[in-house]
Design a protein around this ligand. Sequence first.
Ligand code: PMP
Length: 357
Amino acid sequence: MSRKYNFYAGPAVLPREVMEKAQAELLDLNGIGLSILEISHRSKDFDEVINTAEAKVRSLLGLSDDYAVLFLQGGASTQFGLIPMNFLKGGTADYVNTGAWAKKAIKEAKLFGTVNVAGSSEDKGFSYIPENLQFSPGAAYVHITSNETIGGIQWQEYPDTGDVPLVADMSSDIMCRKIDANLFGLIYAGAQKNIGPAGVTLVILRRDLLERAADGLTTMLSYKTHVDKGSMFNTPPCFAIYMVKLMMEWVEAQGGVSAIERINRRKAALVYDTIDADDFYRGTARQVDRSIMNVTFRLPDEDLEARFIKEATAAGLMGLKGHRSVGGCRASIYNSMTMEGVEVLADFMRTFRKRHG
Ligand code: PMP
């Protein structure tokens, strides 16, 4: 079977080994004669799955017991609303507007209080991470999008927010590099780019924040419920959590997050070096803010871009079209994309430039 190279932005590439393991275990988990797809979430076998997934997330990110680790449904988009619903309570929160995803988070927050846009890069098409942020005194929290999947920009250094909890949407760069998780009050990430399939959202929440969480929310929309019940108030997305467990085992087998980061940096450097070799390709993000996950670039004109995407697809390089809202090209090179895949892409880009440049 010939597999193609998957540069889609998400759901995205998964390691072949992980999918083979899932396939091998699909009919019979741990010799119990039943599938992960058909066992009770209250069974001891599922307990082991979710507990292992959680333990590995904790050890890979270096999380202390001060943090709760949750596996929720509704995607990162639900978190856009749950965060202000639980923590804003009519007050003010600071949001940094770095692109399409930050904007969606801001829209939801406005339903629950005042949003102060502490910085924005909208003036230049979200091509950079803003500096000189203007935080408001007494803010409930500061929200950032650690990696903008569409614009291809990524925070290199997180802002110092003092005692104000820093909240980050890490959907498109969770575990792509070593971070100090203790800087954050809350981290959330849809799994479907770096840590699993669609259907589960990882939420990491500093427990003391629950003391200030709103009361009177519907049960499923209150973080307290999910922390109290260990993500098992209702039926969790069992198969997706199982896949996250396999992914965490895979990250461990690669040598952990630091080892993954080294490979990610080499992969990104190869694509960016190919872009920068002359002016045929043009990266859209400010150099210092370039994402190591989503590489966004343009060609001299839209006809060439269409041709690039068409020929890449024919060569088995899938998903290189930029997001429909911005056009251009985008190579998403998440943790599971191999160095080999990136080398094939860089080769293709060089050959295409030779033919059309
Ligand atoms: N935030 C970011 C940075 C994203 O890239 C995405 C999805 N592409 C989302 C949020 C929305 O995630 P979901 O589809 O899981 O709601």
